[in-house]
Design a protein around this ligand. Structure first.
Ligand SMILES: Cc1ncc(COP(=O)(O)O)c(C=O)c1O
Length: 343
């Protein structure tokens, strides 16, 4: 009953097999290999757009490199106060931008409140030398509370940023889970909704460690700069083919959507199990693979003693994260233990 995090999940065997296949013989280094080219053509087709892509091995590196491309050292990135880039990256965005700040905005379920963004943008005065002006907007989908922004939410927030010529970054550590939640296409949830630069995660959804930084539209002109920044930051592995092998297998035959669908379905089942035992107060909408539920201390303790792994959250709820490999066996074990405790 391990619902601690999707980062603790195993890698999908198809992806591991792709690594073995990629291991045959020599291949050009630093991204000049055939698999890296294949990833670009797969993504171009999937996103229905010309794009550039750069692969890294962690979500933090992906976010920080992406933000360094759109926020100068003397600017700020507008983001939610619960955003991963704010709460969980040890200042990596500030480090990679060379001093850029994060400007925090409120909003329910870690979705940026439209009025709050509007007033931050209206108050912005980039011509005033003493101010640290917002230079970019960063959104996260799924949000850090497991909720999804709808396509129109993203388009609305991006539209406001664009009125002020601010580029838009989307942290898609759980992009596939969000796609499955919304039934949207990758294009609809990214460039068509005004996203300029997407960090698209695979690690939490079946890869061993691979995230794509994807540049759309005019942002593609900055690709060389992104490469130089990655190199300088030590994020240009010689054997890039092994990152590409993961991403290519992840995208092939919609594996990413299948895996995310499994994780989201497991979360829906978990909600049903909790609700049938009378625990139906959730801190946030369960749109994807994460469940934040209010559980009495004693219940949580008893479940933990019976082998549950999940975290008590700061808001008092308990966070359960399902992943592509969450099994029916685990879910039925959870149902059994919960039933025994509450009967
Ligand atoms: C929304 C979000 N963005 C980025 C990351 C960063 O990923 P990593 O831990 O690979 O650096 C995470 C990881 O939990 C995340 O949840």
């Amino acid at each position: 009953m391990d619902f601690s995090s999707d980062t603790s999940a195993p890698a999908d065997p198809t992806i591991l097999q792709a690594l073995l296949t990629a291991n045959e013989g020599m291949a050009p280094s630093y991204g000049a290999d055939a698999l890296s080219a294949r990833v670009k053509s797969q993504l171009t087709e999937i996103f229905e757009a010309d794009l550039e892509v750069y692969l890294v091995s962690s979500g933090t590196a992906a976010n920080a490199l992406a933000l360094s491309l759109i926020c100068p050292s003397h600017g700020a990135v507008l983001c939610h106060e619960e955003a991963h880039i704010e709460k969980d990256e040890r200042g990596a965005p500030e480090f990679f931008t060379g001093g850029g700040k994060l400007q925090l905005l409120p909003g329910e379920h870690a979705r940026i409140d439209v009025a709050a963004l509007q007033s931050a943008l209206n108050a912005r005065n980039a011509g005033f030398v003493h101010e640290t002006p917002a230079m970019a907007l960063s959104l996260t989908n799924l949000t850090e509370s497991g909720a999804a922004y709808s396509i129109s939410d993203i388009a609305e927030l991006s539209g406001l940023a664009r009125e002020h010529n601010l580029p838009v970054h989307l942290d898609g550590a759980r992009f596939a889970n969000a796609l499955q939640a919304l039934g949207a296409s990758p294009a609809e949830m990214s460039w068509k909704a005004g996203v300029d630069i997407l960090t698209c995660g695979a690690t939490k959804n079946g890869a061993m460690g691979c995230e794509a930084i994807i540049l759309f539209g005019d942002m593609r002109d900055r690709f060389f700069e992104l490469q130089t920044r990655a190199k300088r930051a030590g994020h240009m592995p010689a054997k890039m083919r092994f990152l590409a092998a993961q991403m290519s297998a992840y995208l092939e035959d919609d594996l990413w959507l299948t895996l995310a669908g499994q994780a989201n379905a497991a979360a829906r089942e978990l909600v049903a199990i909790l609700a049938s035992a009378g625990f139906d107060r959730f801190a946030h909408p369960v749109d994807g693979n994460e469940v934040f539920v209010y559980l009495p201390d004693q219940i949580f303790e008893d479940l933990t003693n019976r082998g549950l792994k999940a975290y008590r959250w700061l808001d008092g709820s308990v966070r359960f994260v399902c992943n592509w490999a969450t099994s029916d066996l685990e879910l039925s074990a959870f149902r059994r233990e919960l039933t025994q405790i509450t009967k």
